[in-house]
Design a protein around this ligand. Structure first.
Ligand SMILES: CC(C)(COP(=O)(O)OP(=O)(O)OC[C@H]1O[C@@H](n2cnc3c(N)ncnc32)[C@H](O)[C@@H]1OP(=O)(O)O)[C@@H](O)C(=O)NCCC(=O)NCCS
Length: 154
């Protein structure tokens, strides 16, 4: 079978065969990246894992959404450095918001480091509001960093 590429960026279910590329971006964009096992566990658990691919099949980004009873939790959203600042993160976030609504979630939650200003700005512009703070949630170069807990009503 020959490969058929879409004419525009597409969202696709993440597969095990995507993991090498996913993990390469993960290590590029985070100081404390998820391991391949974290992604495998998410796939196995049935979370909504998506890849965002350009027309030439290059991996733009990916994310992982966990949906429980009326609540969706965005566990990961990442855009490759070369593609950042071009609106792809906003599109990927929108895709997960639509997916959470499809799953009948009434609100969506995520955690973000206070120091991650680009991500905070993205979420704020989309209407997320801070609803909590988890002290020392993240590993950091000099100890631990808090997490802001943000939420969006769906
Ligand atoms: C956060 C992230 C997903 C945003 O994706 P992106 O494609 O770069 O963002 P977009 O181009 O869609 O921009 C959306 C908003 O983010 C902000 N933003 C994006 N890149 C930025 C940068 N380098 N500096 C400051 N703000 C930035 C902008 O405010 C932009 O809004 P605008 O319309 O006012 O310009 C991406 O930067 C990323 O993957 N970062 C590393 C991983 C990460 O931190 N993930 C989030 C963990 S909570």
């Amino acid at each position: 079978m020959s490969a058929v590429f879409a004419a525009h960026p597409v969202f696709l279910p993440m597969q095990l065969r995507d993991l090498d590329e996913v993990v390469a971006i993960e290590r590029e964009v985070y100081e404390f990246p998820w391991t391949p096992g974290n992604f495998r566990d998410s796939l196995q658990a049935g979370y909504d894992c998506r890849v965002y691919r350009a027309a030439d099949n290059e991996l733009i980004g990916y994310g992982v959404l966990m949906t429980g009873l009326e609540e969706a939790h965005l566990l990961n959203i990442s855009i490759a450095t070369a593609f950042q600042g071009r609106g792809y993160g906003a599109q990927l976030l929108e895709h997960f918001i639509a997916l959470a609504r499809e799953r009948a979630a009434r609100s969506m939650y995520l955690e973000v480091r206070p120091s991650n200003l680009p991500a905070r700005r993205l979420y704020q512009r989309r209407g997320f509001r801070q609803v909590g703070l988890r002290r020392g949630y993240y590993p950091a170069a000099n100890g631990r960093e808090d997490a802001l807990v943000l939420s969006l009503d769906l």
